[in-house]
Design a protein around this ligand. Sequence first.
Ligand code: ADP
Length: 492
Amino acid sequence: MRKKRDAPQAPVPLKICMLTPEYAPFAKVGGLGDCVASLSRYIAQLGYEVKVVLPKYSTFSLPSSVIEHPQPMIVNMGYGIEFAKVWELKEDNLSVYFLEFDRYFNRNGIYADRHGDFGDNHERFAFLARAAIDLCYYLNWIPDIFHGHDWTAGLLPVLLDTVERGRPLERSGSVFTIHNLQHHGYAPHSVLSFLGIPDHVFRPDGVEAFGQVNMMKAGLYFSTKLTTVSENYAKEIQTPHFGFGLDSVLKFRAGDLIGIRNGIDETLWSPEHDPLIMHHFSQNDFRGKAQCKAELQHYCRLPEDPTIPIFSVIARLYEQKGLDYLVRILESVLGQMRLQFVLLGSGDHELESQFIHIARHHQDQAFIYIGYNEPLAHLIEAGSDFFLMPSRFEPCGLNQMYSMRYGTLPIAHATGGLTDTITTYGEHPGTGFLFDDLSESALFHAIGKANALYYDQPEVILAMRRKAMEQDFSWKTSAERYVDVYRWAQKY
Ligand code: ADP
């Protein structure tokens, strides 16, 4: 008699510990906070157990559903022990732990305040890495995988590979995600003894760079698997132009480096359901978009004219975003083209004042909002016609995906995740406008092309809007790819 085949076995659920400096909506500076929050939720929905660890910064207050653990946890530092208070927010398979430790986190900012970056950031996040490991012991919970994000988590895999040898967490694998390779997190050599890490890791093919500890490099050398937030960026960072001095390390680890595009949280960012906009719309009915446009023009004190296209920007105003190219041509754009311009952002003070100065002279055409404003960000995405992203580099970029979901066509430099997510006009019908070399004239030309199409061929713009809104930027495929990576990184 033929033997019955065994029924296929359900995959064993994984246990994942996420270590992150940001988690939306509580602590968010940029896309990292959005990415970790939606990825964690998605992985938990797939049936895996996820625990997220981040500091309890004093920049936000916790909701009433958060519980305080009665016992403080012990954090085993190299010099002795510290105590941290543990707060937990629980939803089904997902628990978010906020660790309270006033010396490092009771401040007016996440990485910086109005005086600039905190001088002890390396110590603050080295402490957090140790605390994430000790939280697992405190909870008596052994994760299969630690998943760290950017340089702030870079010393965690080093701890697993040294201090934790011969201890229960030795069996945990590690995944390290690069959200932005620009920030390395340099620390003095003493950060190793601060955590009790032996000195032998302080070598060029370890954590050392220029006589200091490079926390990003530590994460790249010591993690089991590496990911970054788009396929194109995974290739770019292996070249000297985009590698910020770590391209050779990334080439060395190329076989373990996987590019996975970020998804977007469609419960928050969708024209059909967005809780922060008053008028909803879809690719078959744009009436709500026209109403959002009128509302945006009203809010920005611009002429409420439905026939004028709105070009917008939402960004951190730093060199990466390439907005210095835009500010240099903005006078000519406003002078030569019939359009309106809206910018929401903050950062470099010089750039902020350049934009404000131009807007002051073109009050009927331009509006600048310096600051952070989540509802306005949603209204801009919904009410604009075009969205500008002349980034020097862009690991993934979220705003171009948000824009496309709202039928707002991105105009972007062809780099990183922008290339992966936008198909350019001409590739019928295209979901936006990409330009290859970053220069004032290329940007001017792209804005001019979009503007001309808007007036001369509205049917092409409509087809592009519809195509953009059809794109699938959900987390589904990306979250499943992360699960594959977790399985590859599992040690036992
Ligand atoms: P990055 O992470 O480099 O800042 P992303 O495009 O990946 O760039 O993500 C930026 C995120 O931050 C988006 O969710 C964007 O809407 C948001 N954001 C940036 N600046 C502001 C601002 N001033 N007000 C509201 N949201 C902002």
